[in-house]
Design a binder for this molecule. Sequence first.
Ligand SMILES: [Zn+2]
Length: 411
Amino acid sequence: MQSLLDRFCRYVRIATQADEAAKTYPSSPGQLELGRILLGELQAMGLRDAAQDEHGIVLATMPATRQPHGPTIAWIAHLDTSPETSGHGVKPIVHRNYAGGDIVLPGDVSKVIRAEGNTELAAARGKTLITTDGTTLLGADDKAGVAVIMEAAAHLAAHPEIPHGPVRICFTCDEEIGHGVDHLDLARLGAHVGYTLDGSGAGEIDNETFSADLAVVTIHGVNIHPAIAKGRMVNAVRLAGALLDRMPWTTLSPETTAERDGFLHPYRIEGGVAQATLRILLRDFDTPKLADKAQLLRDLANQLQAEHPGSRIEVSVTPQYRNMAEGLVKEPRAVTFAEEAMRRAGLNPKRTIVRGGTDGSRLTEMGLPTPNLSCGEHNLHSPLEWTCLEEMATAVRVLVELAQVWGEAAS
Ligand SMILES: [Zn+2]
C-alpha cells in the first residue's frame, strides 16, 4: 500500500495537463517527463523491450511465466490530465483513516468535498483518501491508472512464481483532448485485448461508452465602427448568444440528463464582432442519434442566418469516438475474464456504462477490444477530485488476477 501511495503522489506532482491549443504531440512536455520516469522504473523492474517512442508513448513487456499460455493482453493508462482544471503544482493531501463528513481543501477553503452529494464518500470511511489542496485537479484521472499498472507490474516482476500470460504495458498521451491513440500502432502493441485503467470506484467494468462527435459552429458577422454601424453591423457575439439561447438546455444537456440520454454540450466560446466560434460536444450511446443532434444544430444555424442578412454560420462536425459495445461483441472474454479476475480479487463485478469516452472506445473501434476498469477515480476534472488508496490497491489485485486468468486461456 505504501509503495502504491508513494507512486501515486510522485506521479501527480508532475504537471501533464493536456493543451488543446498546442501544435506538438504530446501537447505538453510534462507527459514526456512522466513517461521517462515510468520508463526508468519499468527498466529497473526488469521488463523487456521497455521504450518511449517519439510520440511519448511508453511500451514494455511482462513475459509469460507459464507454458502454455493464453494470448497477450495490454494494460493501458493515459499520462495527461484534463485541460479543464489546472494540473500545475499539484499538492496531494493524504487523509488517513477518513472519519466521514465534509473535506475542506486547505489551499482554497471555498472548495469543499461535501459528504452530501458525494455518496461514494460514505463507503470510504476509515480508508485513506487523497485530495488536492483545492487549487488544482488531482490527476487521479489517470495517474491512479498509471500507478495501479506500475504497482501490478512491480508485483508480478517480484513474484515470478505467479503463473500468468504475457502482458504489454502501454502509457498513452493526450487522451483528454481526444488524441490518446492517434500514434498507437496496434501491430506494435501486439495484444489480443486491452484494458484501460481509467475508471471510478472499484469493481466496475465499463463495457459501453458514448459515441461522440465534435461540432464547431463558426459565426461570421460584419464588423464596423459602432459610430457608423446602423444598418450595417452584424454582431457575431450576439448571434452566438442567440444560438446558445435556442439550443436545448432544459433537455439534451449534460446538466439535465443521466443514464442513457445523450446531449449537446457547448463547452467553449470565443470570438468578437466579426467572428465567433462555439465548440459543442455531441454525445449519445446510440450512434445514429449523433446525426440527429448535428441536424438540430444545422437547423438552428440556418434559421439564425436567414434572420440576419450579412451573417454566415458554418457547422462542421468531426467524429471523435464510438460506443465500445459495438466492438466488444467480437471478443466477449474481454469482459467475462475481467469479471472472473474481479471475483478472484474478492469483488462483486458490475458492468457499467460511461457517459464519456476512453482510449478504449477508440481502440475497440480500431480492432482491439478494450473495456475500462475501475481504479479509484472520483470527481474527475475538478479541484474536488479525490481517490481512495484501498480502491487503487484492489485494482492492482484485479490486474494480477487478470494476467493469470488470461494465462490459463486457450489462445
Ligand atoms: Zn481518463
